[in-house]
Design a protein around this ligand. Structure first.
Ligand SMILES: [Zn+2]
Length: 337
């Protein structure tokens, strides 16, 4: 019953948190869908020359996104709007950027971290009602002196840059001297540096109703509690291939602290705990070593005899494994050491 209670608390917290936490990372378009986004780092049209984000999404801390929404509302009274190029950036991407441009005027050192890594900085420009970009001193990610927030430029670009700076600073953002397009949210230092992937951030904030219902009814092992080892704390997929959505939740064995995965099958109406104190494949009985887990869609499973989606568990690319249902039991398939 302990597990049920723990899950219930987890669900309540999850829903409550989604509604109220000012520091949660949220897509800008969920706060104000009229803000245009053009995520260059999800395309090859950026200084790296290839996509570095898996999807064209722009996340910010909720409180920062709300400030940006006020900027948009104010700009609309002038017949203008925002186009955002970048917001939250995972620290691992920052490390890639630093290898290419080790110059702190344009790219923050990953040792200190960028304010983008805190979800508290934004790269953007002004657009007109039709979404056409206004003239600005330079293009985005122009790593020259001309990109400076006070650098000389044409009269029209100067006027546009001034409008952008005035409205942004009036709504709680700070000008960045070497890049006209970059603004930091005041109070950025209170948000920690993060390395959550876009995939992790895109997971829904609460478990599907069917899964939650099952957790409340089925009798799971009383010795497990939900683990906060990796967050967000659950993944979803159709792991047994029955066409119904299942969920994987990280759990901790109460007496040993060993981490495991509880897979919840609404279709089979049962919960299976992998690891977490019970021996399982080469992964042993404790998954505390892993620093990444995700669902691998069945379409990527190749010719192996898998019935549904697989669960991938990994340790910084040095060790990883696929866990999949073969119709009778879960199988462990090691890749690398
Ligand atoms: Zn920036």
């Amino acid at each position: 019953m302990q597990l049920i209670r723990a899950f219930s608390i987890f669900l309540l917290l999850g829903q409550f948190a989604a509604a109220t936490r000012p520091d949660e990372l949220i897509e800008i378009t969920q706060v104000n869908p009229r803000i245009r986004i053009d995520v260059r780092y999800a395309t090859a049209d950026n200084f790296v020359g290839k996509p570095v984000y898996p999807s064209a999404k722009c996340f910010l801390r909720r409180e920062v996104a709300e400030r940006l929404s006020k900027v948009q509302v104010e700009l609309e009274t002038l017949g203008l709007g925002l186009k955002v190029w970048d917001g939250y950036r995972p620290l691992s991407v920052q490390k890639e950027f630093w290898k290419l441009v080790p110059d702190e005027r344009y790219v923050a050192s990953p040792v200190k971290g960028s304010r983008h890594n805190r979800g508290a900085a934004v790269d953007l420009t002004l657009v007109d009602r039709e979404g056409k970009e206004l003239e600005m001193p330079t293009k985005y990610d122009d790593f020259t002196e001309e990109a400076g927030a006070y650098a000389p430029c044409s009269e029209r670009a100067l006027e546009n840059r001034k409008v952008l700076q005035r409205v942004m600073t009036a709504n709680g953002f700070e000008i960045f001297p070497t890049e006209w397009w970059h603004f930091d949210a005041k109070g950025w230092e209170k948000y920690e540096i993060l390395d959550l992937s876009f995939d992790q951030l895109s997971r829904p904030a609460s478990l599907p109703a069917e899964v939650a219902e099952l957790l409340a009814k089925v009798k799971p092992a009383a010795s497990y509690a939900v683990a906060d080892h990796l967050n967000p704390a659950f993944i979803q997929g159709d792991y047994d291939g029955d066409g119904k959505l299942d969920a994987g939740v990280l759990v901790k064995q109460k007496t040993t602290g060993a981490i495991g995965i509880a897979v919840v099958f609404p279709g089979m109406r049962r919960v299976v705990v992998l690891g977490g104190g019970s021996e399982f494949g080469n992964g042993g009985k404790d998954f505390a070593w892993m620093d990444e887990w995700r669902t691998v869609p069945r379409a990527e499973n190749g010719s192996r005899p898998r019935k549904g989606d697989a669960i991938h568990v990994g340790k910084s690319e040095s060790a990883n494994a696929l866990i999949y249902w073969d119709g009778k039991a879960f199988r462990w398939e090691q890749q690398g050491d």
